[in-house]
Design a protein around this ligand. Structure first.
Ligand code: ARG
Length: 459
């Protein structure tokens, strides 16, 4: 097979060398974007009078029929043709004859591949934003059902203060909201057209870059042709937003793994999102949550990989940049899959509220209530803290909890304690009373749920 740059060469490369340099095994993912880019380019060439209207019609027809074949997965690629761009051009020329060779007028694979990547990432980012919203919807639904479900809140993985399960779930809603904002913000820069930058320096043909940008739905064009073909910041931004998102999913995954353990028994995952053991019949493993926790590593790796590829690259295009693709495709697949799994997992999980609530009773997570009680009566908080600390110590020695102490014992610790102290110690009261903005108090949660719902509807 003759290379497209055959003119300059006297020898052909060995097959294994070709294979090493080729990207077709993975960049075929860009087939539709490549064809759309070409369709816009040829329309512009014709409108600017660079090629004839007849030639443009022929080429456009050919591109459309390639598109149809691509959609039906009927295209076959050759590794000898290196990448998706050369494969498609060669198939076009095979189909419509030498006029196909006019498509590449005023264009280089360097601006072509950059255009494909922008188009691809725009589509994927929009899809990911939708999937984030689906997961937020699942969190919201569970949260609404569990405003008054009390659980221990933790710091240092030690029971700290009782909270509402809805409040805990909604913490993830707001993390995802920031993730969504990061992707939305990055769309601004994804949605710029590098097309028309040529190999690096622009072109001698009287092209119209604004026109191709408009035809492809871009918001504008890169100002500098060198930057246009060598910029991969938009992929880095995608990988970095994805890394942060995956970190969030991994944290929630970890909690789900803990909560569904026999030690906690706070939730039970639906069978659809669990697996059994090949040897231990009793097991129900939170495999999907674990796998997503694990897959977070590969997304971080993809970010580090591309940062490292780009570091030290002189302008403009260098073949190193072909390495931008696999990590990006892999991240798209990982993030979209993880979000879908999580939405389903959250939606279908069973919440053992009695178990959660009883966990708040047999501990000292109501100790702060007691200190706040005294401080509410004018005792400086530091002093209250000390008094309650001693009461906790008394309980530890007596092997009981605070609510088991008699009023006389409370009074002995401080005369300001009254019989209403038992109501204050009730974990439900403790949660209800935390009504400061953004706190776990039921009223605050209901407000937060309304705000969250409005956020989701706003789009
Ligand atoms: N397959 C190449 C890539 O992915 C396309 C651009 C090649 N350009 C070039 N001048 N070799 O980066």
């Amino acid at each position: 097979m003759k290379k497209l740059w055959g003119g300059r060469f006297t020898k052909t490369a060995e097959e294994w060398v070709d294979e090493f340099g080729a990207s077709i095994s993975f960049d075929q993912e860009l087939v539709l974007e490549d064809l759309d880019g070409s369709l816009a380019h040829v329309a512009m060439l014709s409108q600017c009078g660079i090629i004839s209207a007849d030639d443009a019609t022929l080429i456009t027809k050919g591109l459309h029929s390639l598109k149809e074949k691509a959609e039906n997965e009927q295209l076959q690629y050759s590794v000898k043709l290196e990448d998706i761009h050369l494969n498609l051009e060669s198939q076009l020329t095979e189909m419509i004859g030498p006029v196909g060779g006019k498509l590449h007028t005023g264009r280089s694979r360097n601006d072509q591949v950059a255009t494909d990547m922008h188009l691809y990432l725009r589509k994927q980012t929009e899809n990911i934003i939708d999937l984030i919203e689906e997961m937020q919807g699942a969190l919201l639904t569970q949260a609404k059902a569990h405003v008054e479900t009390i659980m221990p809140g933790y710091t240092h993985m030690q029971r700290a203060q009782p909270i509402s399960f809805a409040h805990h779930l909604m913490a993830y809603f707001w993390m995802l909201e920031r993730d969504k904002e990061r992707y939305q913000e990055s769309l601004k820069r994804i949605n710029l057209s590098p097309l028309g930058a040529g190999a690096l320096a622009g072109t001698t043909f009287p092209i119209d870059r604004e026109l191709t940008a408009e035809l492809l739905g871009f918001n504008g064009i890169y100002e500098n042709s060198l930057d246009a073909v060598s910029d991969r910041d938009f992929i880095l931004e995608f990988l970095s937003a994805s890394s942060i998102l995956m970190m969030h999913l991994s944290r929630l995954g970890e909690e789900i793994i803990l909560w569904s353990s026999q030690e906690f028994r706070f939730i039970e995952l639906d069978d659809a999102f669990s697996t059994g053991s090949s040897i231990m019949p009793q097991k129900k493993n939170p495999d999907m949550a674990e796998l997503i926790r694990g897959k977070t590593g590969r997304v971080y790796g993809n970010l580090m990989g591309l940062l490292t590829v780009l570091k030290g690259l002189p302008l403009a295009y260098n073949k190193d940049m072909q390495e931008d693709k696999e990590g990006m495709f892999d991240t798209v697949k990982t993030v979209t899959g993880s979000l879908k799994i999580f939405a389903g997992m959250i939606e279908t999980m069973k919440v053992h509220h009695a178990q959660m609530e009883s966990a708040t009773k047999n501990d000292f997570s109501n100790a702060t209530e007691l200190a706040d009680y005294l401080s509410g009566k004018g005792i400086p908080f530091r002093e209250s803290h000390e008094i309650v600390g001693q009461l906790v110590l008394t309980c530890v020695n007596k092997q009981c909890y605070l609510a088991d102490l008699t009023l006389a014992e409370f009074k002995e610790a401080h005369p300001l304690f009254e019989s209403d102290i038992y109501e204050v110690l009730n974990p439900v009261t403790a949660v209800k009373r935390r009504n400061s903005a953004g706190g776990t108090g039921f009223e605050q949660i209901r407000l937060a749920l309304q705000k969250a719902e409005a956020k989701l509807k706003a789009r």
